[in-house]
Structure formats: C-alpha cells, structure tokens
Design a protein around this ligand. Structure first.
Ligand SMILES: Cc1cc2nc3c(=O)[nH]c(=O)nc-3n(C[C@H](O)[C@H](O)[C@H](O)COP(=O)(O)OP(=O)(O)OC[C@H]3O[C@@H](n4cnc5c(N)ncnc54)[C@H](O)[C@@H]3O)c2cc1C
Length: 499
C-alpha cells in the first residue's frame, strides 16, 4: 500500500500526529501516517483519555462557537471563564515557571483557534458536566479551568480524526513502526520503518515525529525517571516506547525539558500492566481531595486537598510510587461518597467497605497490608483536627482545613465518621513523560547547536520544554493539537524540497 514519494510522513497516529497530518494535507501535501499499533489499537494515548480540553474561553459565547448548549443548560450552568492570564498563571505555577515561554505562549494563545480549526475538520465538543461541575445552590458550577471535552471522549476524538483523514485521502499504515530517520548533511529525507515485519524505506520531503514519549518503556523509565519507575503501571498505549525521541537523538537532535519528570496518577492497584481500551481512564481514582490517603505504615503522606484535583493529580502518582510497597489507600465515608467520580463505580476495582474503621483496616490488609494500630491513630487524629466550623464547599477551595497535623489537609477536610466506610487501593500509573526533543516556534526539531534540522518536525508528548514537575489537567491533548497543527503546516511548506 505504501508507494511512491510522499511530501510528509507523520510517525504516530495519536491526536498530535493526526492534527499534523490534517494540517499538512490542508496545504496540498501528500501525507502518509505510520502507526506502530495494529488497526484495533490505533489512536495512542489520545484514545484512552476522557477528552478533557484546557483552552482559553472568556465566557459562554466562546463555548457556543465550539459546541451546542441548550437554553436550559446555559441557564442552569456557571461555566465561568478561563482567560489567557489564568492559563499562564496555572502553567507557570505548576511548572515552577520553567515552562518554555515561547511554547507556553503558542499553547495558550492558539488553544481556542486550534479547537475551532478541529471543529472545521468535523471534531465535536461537549460540556464536561459529569467530571468538572458540582451542583451548588441550584447551578452546575464548573471548576478547575476545564469546561469542554471531545464528544465521545478520547475514542470519539480519535474516531473523528480518522474519519476526517480518510475523507481527505490521508493514508495510514498500521503495524508500521518508524525505526530510523534517513538523514544526511542536508537534513532528513524519510524514514526506515518496520511495516508488518518488513524493513521498508520511505522517502519524504518532511517527517513529523508524533509518536509519544517513553512511558511504555520500562528500561527508559528506570534510566531517566529513576529507580522504582520500572514497577509503575502504564495508563495508556503499550506502543509509546521512546522510539521517536531515540531516532531524533541518533541524528543529532537536542534533548530538552524535564527528562526525570512525568505525569503519573493514583491508578487501581490491580490494573493491568498497560491500559485497557475497554476501561479507558477509569482505573484512575481522582476523588482523593474528598478522601484521605494512607500508606502501608497507616500514615497520610500528602495534602489531599492542596488544590482542585486538576492541579495535583499528575504529581501524586510519584508520591504513591515513593511510599513503602508503592500503594496508597483512599478512605471515604458516606458524607462524601456522592462526590466520587464515575470511575469509582466500575467493576474492575480494588475496593473494600465496612461499618467500622477497625473492620475496614482488617479488610484492607487482605489486599495490601497496612499497620492497623497506626492507621486507627491516623484516623482519630485526623478527625479531631478537622475545623468543623468552616463551611464545606466542593466547588471552591473552601479552606476547610485540619489544624495541627504533621501534614494538614487544607481544603475539603471532613471527619470520617459516617459508615459504611469505603477504601480504594491505588498504585502509581504513569501517563506520559515530560522530556523529549527541542523544537522552535515553527515546530522544527533543533540540533545540539540549536539550529533546525531540515525536514524534521515534532509535536505531542515527545517534545520537551512545556511541562516540568507537574501539569494542569487537559493540556496534553490541546498541546498535541496546537503543536501538531504547527508542525504539519510547516512540514507542508517543504513540498519543493528534494526527498
Ligand atoms: C488514561 C489517560 C487519560 C488521559 N486523559 C487526558 C485528558 O482527558 N485530557 C488531556 O489533555 N490529556 C489526557 N491524557 C494525556 C494525553 O493522552 C496525551 O498528552 C496526548 O494524547 C498525547 O498525544 P500524542 O499524539 O503525542 O501521543 P499518542 O496519542 O500516544 O500517539 C502516539 C502514537 O504514536 C504511535 N507510535 C509510537 N511509536 C511509534 C513508532 N516508532 N512508529 C510509529 N508509530 C509509533 C503510538 O502507537 C501512538 O498511536 C491522558 C492520557 C492517558 C494515558
């Protein structure tokens, strides 16, 4: 099926790669997408997502440009705003102000326009009522800077992107793994790929790398993230093994960004080694701001209520990984279970319930043992420290804190006293890695002298420089779209070049 010469070869058929392919095709390029996975597993990590999207909107009018909202929905919802300033503040605060300013500016200033462009390609969006809004005083109040998701979540987004590509004649080859770039002193001229087991040379005027980070590669995780990371579970695709980064470094690309950092969350203790498309992101357990978390020593180890979950979840996976035996139990009582997200109601779950805390501890120990005496002491001290006179409100950082604990819970503190109690066991699930190659504002990959490598572009997870230490939820897809579109557009400008 792969035949002739291509203007642009995109390596990786996730959100970033498909946006690059659509942008290149829009400018007249003949485009081939190489995807390492078989057809049934296409779509990369992007397909495992809920499709949450962090982009700039200044009110409901901006949302109406992207999705349909009924008059009733508008009347009963408080969508708030997510201004450019707020986005800069969040990205800066969460990354210790290390995010590359040029990249941050592109991400933020182009976020809304890029989603509008995706809509023009047939991608649909919908409000995120179930995960990002709580009903408060008769209205659905959105919080955490996220208002919309891709219609149908990650699977819907991927289906939309592939349909759009198919309608526009973009070719996609499956079980086609990019292995080496064809490069000389004049830059990149194509790729050597393993296509259904056969080594195949594919010439092109430009190559866009969009094949993910190294999260699914245990050896690279251990080498770059550190000891213990070989044992983390992978939340998404098994195909993001760092090949794109390796290929680029092999020909002199510059490494960039937070190579020892990654996005990692609390993930079901008994989840499989890699993601399961039938379960999607539901192995995550993201309602911990309304719970407490304890480790094998029966002790709390972080401020569960430090911020909205969108701003803490991506770094708490690492906290769990560093606990003894790499697990953490989340404990809820009946005062807060109604705040649990839908992922707490799936079948594949490591959960115990009991009418007393003592009995709960015994049941927890059957799965992942905790020090019972220490656990009971932790609960007693926590309950006594809750400042009950401060009103409880899950739609804002309510300041309902504990006082006097070694680690206070600074928002949404609720004593555990209304049975039955529920406990959920989590371990660390790695989402994607932060380190990668360096690009300029045209999506061109830079070499070690920080000069563009002719014919080579990159987008998505394998680009370093945007995320350090932490990450604001919903940014991965939008950054893939923004930088994918930029890379595809730039690549299509090389159509006059020799392959
Ligand atoms: C469970 C889960 C939930 C998430 N939820 C959200 C969310 O709601 N919102 C959000 O913004 N982000 C979310 N993310 C993060 C988001 O998925 C990523 O940031 C984003 O999808 C990355 O897009 P990408 O195109 O760079 O990578 P991917 O979508 O992973 O695509 C990379 C593709 O490259 C292919 N590939 C790898 N190596 C090769 C090779 N050598 N040759 C050819 N192909 C190759 C892979 O098979 C894959 O299809 C979530 C991630 C996970 C795992």
């Amino acid at each position: 099926m792969i035949s002739g010469e291509y203007d642009v070869v995109v390596i990786g058929a996730g959100n970033a790669g498909m946006c690059a392919a659509l942008a290149a095709q829009e400018n007249g390029a003949r485009v081939l997408v190489l995807e390492a996975a078989p057809f049934d597993e296409r779509g990369g990590n992007s397909r495992y997502t809920a499709g949450a999207l962090r982009f700039v909107y200044n009110g409901v009018d901006d949302l109406l440009k992207l999705c349909d909202l009924s008059e009733q929905e508008i009347a009963t919802s408080d969508f708030g705003t997510y201004t450019q300033d707020k986005y800069y503040d969040d990205l800066g605060r969460l990354t210790d102000y290390k995010s590359n300013p040029d990249m941050a500016e592109l991400l933020i200033t182009r976020s809304q326009d890029t989603l509008l462009w995706m809509r023009s390609k047939g991608i649909r969006f919908a409000p995120m009522y179930s995960r990002q809004a709580f009903k408060h005083e008769g209205k659905f109040v959105f919080w955490g800077g996220l208002a919309l998701e891709a219609w149908g979540g990650g699977p819907g987004l991927i289906e939309g992107l592939f349909n759009s590509a198919e309608q526009r004649g973009i070719e996609v080859a499956y079980e086609a793994r990019g292995e080496h770039l064809i490069a000389d002193d004049d830059g990149v001229h194509g790729v050597v790929a393993n296509v259904e087991g056969k080594t195949t040379e594919i010439r092109a005027k430009a190559v866009v790398l969009a094949c993910g980070g190294f999260e699914a590669n245990a050896e690279m995780r251990t080498r770059y993230l550190g000891p213990g990371w070989d044992l983390a579970k992978v939340r998404g695709t098994r195909f993001n093994t760092g090949n794109g980064i390796r290929m680029a470094l092999e020909i002199g690309a510059m490494s960039y960004g937070n190579w020892s950092g990654c996005h990692a969350v609390g993930w079901d203790y008994n989840a499989p080694e890699f993601g399961d498309l039938a379960v999607g992101d539901n192995f995550q357990k993201h309602s911990y701001p309304f719970a407490i978390m304890v480790n094998a020593d029966g002790e709390r180890f972080c401020d569960e209520g430090a911020d909205f979950r969108n701003y803490t979840y991506a770094k708490y996976g690492r906290e769990i990984l560093t606990q003894p035996h790499q697990f953490a139990w989340q404990i809820f009582d009946q005062q807060v279970v109604h705040l649990q997200r839908d992922e707490y109601r799936i079948r594949q779950i490591t959960k115990v319930t009991a009418d007393t805390i003592e009995e709960l501890a015994d049941k927890m120990t059957e799965y992942a043992p905790v020090d019972k005496a220490a656990f009971l002491k932790t609960i007693r001290e926590y309950n006594a420290a809750v400042q009950r006179d401060i009103p409880y409100n899950p739609t804002v950082k309510d300041g309902r804190t504990t006082k006097g604990l070694a680690i206070d819970k600074t928002n949404w503190a609720m004593p555990l006293e209304k049975p039955p109690y529920e406990a959920y066991c989590t371990t660390c699930g790695v989402t994607f890695t932060f380190g990668g190659v360096r690009i300029d504002t045209d999506g061109r990959v830079l070499d070690v002298a920080q000069k563009p490598i002719a014919g080579l572009f990159a987008a998505g997870e394998l680009v370093g420089g945007l995320f350090y230490h932490n990450y604001p939820g919903g940014t991965g897809l939008v950054s893939g779209s923004v930088f994918g579109k930029i890379a595809g557009t730039s690549a299509s400008k090389l159509m006059g070049r020799n392959a």
